[in-house]
Design a protein around this ligand. Structure first.
Ligand code: HEC
Length: 241
């Protein structure tokens, strides 16, 4: 049944996870409800609490579809494996539904205090941020291989400037030119020259952006290089594994 849905979507040309697309609905609504509760607190206008309530009802209703899509994606794309992030997301999702239900019940009371509602909507909003964070961890974890503390700055540069295209040392645009086996990693001089003025092997300009000294200082490039060298050149899988 689940596979039939994905196969159908695939025939329409859509082969990605579904949860990621739908999840913005309850996330946006929960944060919207929190903003309205904050407005009620600041302006002392109760009408904002009513709006927050209605928005939260929509968040509650939509969360079931999104959770279902999450479970479907998990089974389809992760083979139903119990990864830590999945476990945390399941707990947070359950907590979100309970918390939101409680918030809605409180919100129905005429005398509910704006400060109390603000706290409850705040907890719901924090919860969706947590769900988003662990969703991000699930997708992005491993884009930048772990490394000892001394490579932290270089790893940060890699994560923020390169790992989108070169996740795990690959190349998502030109798969035959992966970073992990790049000849430019042999020495820092070649690496720096390449990063400042990237070229395809035939010398023509390719899709990789140039990183001028204003964007990445020589110092940052050095740290980046040390990290890449550690992560992709020295950290080869040992023989026999
Ligand atoms: C927008 C995607 C993109 C980003 C961001 C990017 N690259 Fe690239 N990279 C490419 C592409 C595409 C190539 C192929 C050569 C070209 O386009 O000039 C490449 C090639 C390379 C190569 C040579 C690979 C080989 O096997 O010949 C190195 C080294 C490299 N990139 C390092 C980096 C570093 C370091 C960063 C971050 C500072 C970075 N790239 C950011 C897309 C990207």
């Amino acid at each position: 049944m689940i596979d039939a849905i994905y196969d159908f979507l695939g025939r329409l040309g859509y082969s990605h996870p579904v949860h990621a697309v739908l999840t913005h609905v309850p996330v946006g609504l929960a944060i919207g409800a929190f903003c309205l509760a904050a407005a009620a607190l600041v302006t002392k206008e109760r009408k904002f609490l009513r709006s927050a309530y209605h928005v939260a009802v929509m968040a509650f209703a939509s969360s079931f579809f999104v959770a279902l899509a999450g479970i479907m994606d998990w089974r389809r794309f992760y083979g139903g494996a119990w990864l830590l992030e999945i476990e945390v997301k399941m707990v947070l999702a359950g907590l979100f539904v309970v918390l939101l239900l409680l918030t809605l019940l409180l919100g129905r009371l005429q005398e509910s205090r704006p400060a109390v509602m603000f706290v409850f909507y705040g907890l719901c909003a924090l919860n969706v941020l947590g769900l988003g964070f662990f969703g991000g961890q699930l997708v992005y974890r491993g884009f930048a291989p772990e490394a000892p503390e001394r490579f932290r700055s270089g790893r940060n540069v890699f994560e923020s400037h390169c790992s989108g295209c070169h996740r795990r040392g690959e190349n998502i645009i030109e798969p035959t030119l992966p970073l992990r086996s790049a000849p430019q990693l042999k020495n820092f001089g070649d690496f720096l020259a390449f990063v400042r003025n990237p070229r395809l092997p035939d010398g023509s300009i390719g899709p990789m952006p140039r990183f001028s000294a204003d964007r990445l200082s020589d110092e940052a490039c050095r740290q980046l290089y040390d990290y890449l060298y550690f992560a992709f050149v020295t950290q080869k899988r040992s023989e026999g594994l």
